[in-house]
Design a protein around this ligand. Structure first.
Ligand SMILES: [Zn+2]
Length: 167
């Protein structure tokens, strides 16, 4: 596992995937602010909570349902989330050359056509050919507890003396 110099590596939700193209304006103009303090993070577009907030509802399922009914505002929120995930996927493939990208979370589980498919398409269309051909994008199989289970495994590794901090 790549932990980074200060053990914060892997926060891919905060990979900036967008910026304001008009250079006479602030770089974050018109972009959603992220909870981390930055702007244009993949999560600010594609996290369920942020999508629901952008549409003014409590449940992200309502955003997807409205988009499916043809509501333009909901469709835009969904399309932006798909584009953010697509950019994120291309960046991950080009930079890390992974064999597998595992996507967890309720949206990936319930809306794979809006999460996994845009990522797969973008990788096929825009990522470097060799790493694009080698990577698979799959849904997480451990459900909502995946983060907690990962922490348990990391703690067990540490306790057994195998989980040294790398880098
Ligand atoms: Zn962020």
């Amino acid at each position: 596992m790549l932990r980074g110099a200060t053990n914060t590596a892997g926060e891919i939700g905060h990979w900036p995937v967008a910026f304001q193209l008009d250079t006479s304006r602030d770089a974050g103009a018109d972009l959603p602010r992220c909870g981390c303090g930055s702007f244009g993070c993949a999560e600010s577009f594609a996290a369920g909570r942020n999508m629901a907030d952008a549409y003014g509802v409590a449940d992200t399922a309502e955003v997807f349902a409205a988009a499916a009914r043809g509501d333009d505002r909901a469709a835009t929120i969904v399309a932006r989330a798909e584009r953010a995930l697509a950019n994120l996927a291309v960046g991950l493939v080009n930079v890390l050359n992974p064999a597998l990208i595992v996507v967890g979370g309720s949206i990936a589980e319930n809306q794979p056509i809006h999460v996994l498919e845009p990522m797969r398409r973008a990788i096929a269309e825009r990522a470097f050919r060799a790493p694009a051909a080698a990577v698979r994008v799959v849904p997480a199989e451990l459900g909502g507890d995946v983060g907690m289970l990962g922490a348990v495994f990391a703690a067990r590794e540490r306790l057994s003396g195998r989980g040294e901090w790398f880098l």
